[in-house]
Design a protein around this ligand. Structure first.
Ligand code: C2O
Length: 550
């Protein structure tokens, strides 16, 4: 295996989209950022140098980071942010993983512009368990903001459910022809996938949008899903893909045997059931057979076929789609559970922190998102450091994150009057190699809504899901403990629940959170502390010397 060196210079760069030019934070002046490519077993070394006024840190989303928790990246969880003029080297090995993941900033809303593909190829002597593709093409779904996303989140934190709507969705940073805004189009703002007939393409799909799950489809073409979150799945066909933010998927696209008499649009649009404002616009790109000159953007409707997409709130489509995922091989699901947790997910209001201005009556409360009615406050120094050096902890965090809601209620019925949530930096401490089950229950407090929940440091098995309230007596009887899909991000169904299991075989501090950045910022996050095991190879090594200081 090899060592792959990268350098990420975090720089400001002027970028124009939607006829709007802004200075934004980039890696090496690129938007989206550069591809990071490695094989299973390789070491990845990325030197990140911060040349911008913002603090920054980079997360390698979905990488297990076995005993390399210092390289995971979430600010104030595994490291202090990299400050202006400073640098940090992320150094980690890819163990037992291949497929598509991505990297993104993990400080405030900087991932709006700081993200890129992370492509993990199989070992040199290994092939894919599916037809060898003719070509591989990463497609990253993202959002474009005319405003500075940092200003958007600052306002949302001040005013509660404030504006969090982007101006466009993008494919590989391009918003597409529906967004053209001037008369002399150059049409460079549209993603075009140029293909030959009779070939198989591997599309590496990544949802890097901040706040939206997306439907994706290509007119008149069927996609075969072969991987989810860098794990192989039993291949299945579908015309429409659902991808939550933080989720990735490899799909095979077989092109038509002959040159067709048409052009084909590919579309993505949100799935959304929550309340408040959201972007219901559509992004488009073209699937372009190479001998077919494309219609100019102004008359795209003439020779172009459009795919069908489900209604924006089609929850049953989403549930059916997620039920199609099974791991390719029998899965190593923990059959016995050592520790069982039940986390409710909801929105509500929490007490206004001192020296802040809040929107509640008499400045009393602020909008909050929570698990088990705890809205997680970021500490002032990184939890992992605090945990590792194990001093008295100075009140930086507590270890009393509740295993169950403090007061059970009808989670998905008429909204109960328990919308008040508490603030705190609360964690759960578990011994090394604990097998954990977590049931994540959406609540209808302020309206049911689907949440893409992401766990750092682990893949988990999705052993069951359903609508309504989880029933601890009957629902576990139908859990799939044989071939459930293994992922790092799962959609908690709107008005329903999902059950996951994982083995806590990775010592460190691991964030679990909603991958909607607006919910993350409102506190929908918590942290697991996994203690060291007894053997030397079960311990977290000391931090690298260049670990940033707060
Ligand atoms: Cu992709 Cu904590 O994030």
């Amino acid at each position: 295996s090899a060592t792959r060196h990268y350098k990420f210079d975090i720089r400001l760069r002027n970028v124009t989209r939607l006829c709007h030019t802004k200075s934004m934070v980039t890696v090496n002046g690129k938007f989206p950022g550069p591809r990071v490519v490695a094989r299973e077993g390789d070491r990845i070394v990325v030197k990140v140098v911060n040349h911008v006024p913002n603090n920054v840190s980079i997360h390698w989303h979905g990488v297990r980071q076995l005993q390399s928790g210092w390289a995971d990246g979430p600010s104030y969880i595994t490291q202090c942010p990299i400050q202006t003029g400073q640098n940090y080297v992320y150094n980690f090995t890819i163990v037992g993983q291949r497929g598509t993941l991505f990297w993104h900033a993990h400080f405030s809303w900087l991932r709006a512009t700081l993200y890129g593909p992370l492509i993990l190829l199989p070992r040199r002597n290994e092939s894919y368990p599916f037809e060898k593709p003719y070509k591989e093409v990463p497609i990253i779904f993202g959002e474009w903001w005319n405003a500075d996303p940092e200003a958007v989140i600052a306002q949302a934190l001040q005013t509660g459910a404030g504006p969090n709507v982007s101006d466009a969705y993008t494919f590989n940073g391009l918003p597409g022809p529906f967004y053209n805004c001037s008369n002399n189009e150059t049409d460079t703002d549209t993603f075009r996938l140029k293909v030959k007939p009779g070939k198989t393409y591997l599309l590496r799909l990544i949802n890097a949008a901040l706040n939206d799950e997306l439907f994706f489809s290509i007119a008149n073409h069927t996609l075969v899903t072969v991987e989810a979150d860098a794990t192989y799945v039993k291949p299945f066909e579908s015309d429409i893909i659902v991808l939550g933010p933080g989720q990735t998927s490899n799909v095979l696209l077989k092109t038509k045997a002959e040159y067709p008499n048409a052009n084909f649009l590919m579309l993505a649009r949100p799935y959304f059931t929550g309340m408040g404002t959201f972007d219901n616009s559509t992004v488009a790109g073209f699937l372009e057979y190479k001998n077919k000159p494309l219609a100019a953007p102004k008359n795209i409707n003439i020779p172009t076929l459009k795919p069908f997409l489900p209604a924006i709130n089609d929850t049953s489509f989403v549930a059916n789609f997620s039920n199609k995922f099974f791991s390719l091989n029998p899965a190593k699901v923990p059959q016995i559970v050592d520790k069982s947790f039940f986390f409710t997910i909801g929105l509500g209001t929490s007490p206004c922190p001192k020296n802040q201005t809040c929107q509640g009556p008499n400045n009393s409360s602020k909008f909050a998102a929570s698990m088990n009615n705890i809205s997680f406050t970021l500490p002032s120094i990184a939890l992992l450091e605090q945990h590792f050096f194990g001093q008295a902890n100075n009140g930086i965090y507590t270890t009393d994150f509740p295993a169950m809601p403090l007061m059970p209620f009808n989670y998905t019925g008429t909204p109960p009057n328990n919308t008040l949530v508490g603030n705190g930096t609360k964690t759960v401490v578990i011994p090394f190699n604990t097998s954990v089950q977590v049931v994540l229950q959406d609540t209808s407090i302020l309206g049911a809504e689907s949440h893409p929940l992401h766990l750092h440091g682990f893949n988990f098995y999705v052993v069951g899901q359903g609508f309504g309230n989880f029933n601890p007596n009957t629902d576990p009887q139908i859990f799939n403990l044989f071939d459930p899909v293994e992922r790092n991000t799962v959609g908690v169904p709107s008005g329903g629940w999902v059950a996951i299991r994982f083995l806590a075989d990775n010592p460190g501090v691991w964030l679990m959170h909603c991958h909607f950045d607006v919910h993350l910022s409102w506190g929908l996050r918590m942290a697991w502390i996994v203690e060291d095991g007894k053997l030397p190879n079960q311990k977290l090594p000391p931090p690298p010397a260049d670990l940033p200081k707060c």
